[in-house]
Design a protein around this ligand. Structure first.
Ligand code: ADP
Length: 319
């Protein structure tokens, strides 16, 4: 293998830049030429491809977003469109591709691999919902962004003796809500993996009030329902003074945490090693602080599971 490519695709996440940097520098360390594909699969089929040098990835390790930009291209599900992408790669003599993104992007990488072009998937998403890894790049940064917001909201909630509903990202996976709720001391955490009982929530809030609690924080993952919807329901069930805060896209941005930078560096570098070893069609991850890799098809067939013990703990600690 002499030439490899790297692209970022789907929803961006903080830490994609250090992952790109790792792919480029690790590749050059091993005497490979590394090409950046701009704008995800859309840039791939349009041939938006440029060679990256050591300096091309200088001064990005601390930056959020992705220097290669990201895009969504629904047409990439079409095998003919995938062939167009492979032709562009072959035109540049690129023999292997690192795809940094979420499960949708992995599907694209899987499709290219099945068509004979070796790809390695690197998990980049704030949702922490990729099978085959305990942590995805960007989750820790997003988590810290949410906690920062929760701490600030707690101050004003206490001052005014209010109940706050904080809607966080997570359509299918409740990791961000669970971890942030636990770390931020939320009274109630609503995740897509579990149902909720409004009467039970109202009772718990009342009990807290009776023992002199000045505020309550409720974290709702967007996949459960919108914070506004939940606020209306809560208002019907109680007479609490309630406010709603939808954190939105600030959760996607910001300088990656040290954890995400190190994770991105390790996973990006491992992806290059796999391509050099001739092992395409893999997905890299981390388990018990060790680098692992799985067949990308097998990995996608599995389901990310929430840490149920952590969920139980959050309930025990918020009585
Ligand atoms: P994420 O990677 O963050 O999950 P998306 O689900 O939007 O984001 O997927 C990113 C891109 O991956 C899509 O816009 C599309 O180009 C490609 N993609 C998604 N699903 C498939 C699929 N089944 N086959 C081929 N490509 C896909």
């Amino acid at each position: 293998m002499k030439k490899i490519g790297v692209l970022t695709s789907g929803g961006d996440s903080p830490g994609m830049n250090p992952a790109i940097r790792a792919v480029v520098r690790k590749g050059i360390f091993h005497d490979l030429e590394v090409y950046g594909i701009y704008n995800g699969y859309a840039g791939l089929i349009n041939g938006n491809i440029k060679r990256l040098e050591l300096g091309s990835v200088g001064d990005i390790i601390h930056r959020g977003g992705t220097m290669l930009h990201s895009a969504r291209l629904p047409e990439f599900k079409n095998p003919e469109v995938q062939q167009q992408g492979i032709k562009q790669l072959q035109k540049h003599g690129i023999e292997g591709l690192v795809v940094i993104g979420g499960d949708g992007s992995y599907m694209g990488a899987k499709a290219l691999t099945e068509q004979g072009f070796p790809c390695v998937g690197v998990p980049g998403t704030i949702d922490n919902d990729i099978p085959g890894t305990e942590f995805t790049i960007g989750f820790d940064t997003a988590l810290n962004t949410v906690i920062d917001a929760l701490d600030k909201i707690r101050d004003t909630a206490t001052s005014h003796e209010r109940t706050f509903i904080i809607e966080v990202m997570g359509r299918d996976a409740g990791d961000l809500a669970l971890w942030s709720g636990l770390a931020g001391g939320a009274e109630t955490i609503l995740i897509p993996e579990a149902g909720y009982d409004m009467q039970d929530i109202a009772d718990r809030l009342r009990k807290g009030q009776e023992r002199g609690k000045k505020h309550s924080l409720i974290v709702v993952a967007e996949g459960v329902c919108s914070g506004i919807e939940f606020g209306k329901e809560l208002e019907k069930a109680t007479d609490f003074d309630t406010r709603i805060s939808v954190l939105g896209h600030i959760q996607r941005g910001g300088s990656p945490t040290a954890f995400d930078r190190v994770l991105a560096s390790r996973l990006g570098a491992r992806a290059v090693e796999l391509l050099i070893e001739g092992k395409g069609g893999r997905a890299v991850g981390i388990e018990m602080n060790r680098l692992v890799d799985y067949d990308i098809i097998e990995a996608l067939g599995r389901k990310h599971t929430l840490d149920i013990d952590l969920y139980k703990l959050s309930q025990e600690l918020s009585i």
